[in-house]
Design a protein around this ligand. Structure first.
Ligand SMILES: O=C(O)c1cccc(C(=O)CC[C@H]2O[C@@H](n3cnc4c(=O)[nH]cnc43)[C@H](O)[C@@H]2O)c1
Length: 236
């Protein structure tokens, strides 16, 4: 495949307007980056970089990359990595493609319950992805034999470790499919540059009570690698 579609929805930039937008993929750690690179098989239209763990480092790193790469012609920023899956939505080893990236614990605790930054009137906690693109990517993963759904992916600063918190998050964000620590930060950096973002999580553990023996990091990294191979085709 020679050309990418213009996934930037008309953003400025000569490469984008000529339909040759590039894709920046940000992972948290090196093992995720290596998995993505193996899957992309050297496709030169993708740049893959590590952002660090957590929403703050992820946002700062992505902003720095985008600022330094003004002419790189990016049309899409992808947050990719392993993550937790919500029960009944995303099983271990499966993939979740975000239709929204939600900062799920950004707000204030009150005696009456959690109030998000939106409810407090101080900002926003949700960045919608292009839902058609999210469904197309998830559909392409399924067509390639991978287990995949699209849905909201939550960004948290504290990994969920109890059933109680998992239920509270599902109530706060109906349809929540996965949890990670970087997506919203990466999406904010992309948004500040007028770029769309998408998050892809390969499920390594269930969101809920901590159970290190049940983690399947190797399987999740293999799923991330396979997803990255499909990404080359689906974004072309
Ligand atoms: O110690 C624990 O119980 C624990 C459980 C899951 C993940 C961690 C991490 O510190 C890894 C953070 C790293 O991996 C992503 N990730 C993977 N699973 C989850 C999760 O269930 N909730 C949030 N983030 C997760 C995350 O994006 C970071 O890059 C520790």
């Amino acid at each position: 495949m020679d050309e990418f579609i213009d996934i930037s929805n008309g953003s400025s930039g000569s490469e984008r307007s000529s339909g040759r937008a590039r894709v920046l993929v940000m992972t948290a750690v090196e093992a995720e980056k290596e998995a993505v690179l193996r899957g992309l098989k050297g496709d030169s239209r993708f740049d893959v970089m590590t952002a660090g763990v957590g929403p703050i480092l992820a946002a700062a790193s992505t902003a720095a990359v985008l600022a330094a790469a003004q002419s790189a012609g990016y049309g899409l920023v992808v947050s990719a990595g392993i993550g937790g899956g919500f029960a009944g939505r995303a099983e271990l080893g499966s993939l979740v493609v975000s239709d929204a990236m939600v900062a799920a614990d950004l707000g204030a605790e009150t005696p009456e319950g959690f109030l998000s930054l939106d409810e407090l009137g101080f900002g926003f906690t949700r960045i919608d992805a292009d839902s058609a693109l999210a469904e197309r990517v998830a559909g392409a993963f399924r067509a390639a034999g991978l287990q995949a759904v699209s849905g909201p992916v939550l960004t948290v600063s504290t990994v969920t470790g109890t059933t109680e918190t998992a239920r509270a998050l599902e109530k706060r964000v109906p349809g929540a499919a996965a949890e990670g620590m970087e997506g919203f930060g990466i999406a904010v950096a992309a948004r500040n540059c007028g770029l769309p973002a998408l998050e892809i999580r390969a499920i390594s553990n269930a969101v809920g009570p901590r159970d290190r023996d049940a983690w399947r990091i190797g399987d999740a990294l293999k799923a991330l690698e396979a997803a990255s191979t499909v990404l080359v085709e689906v974004l072309a």
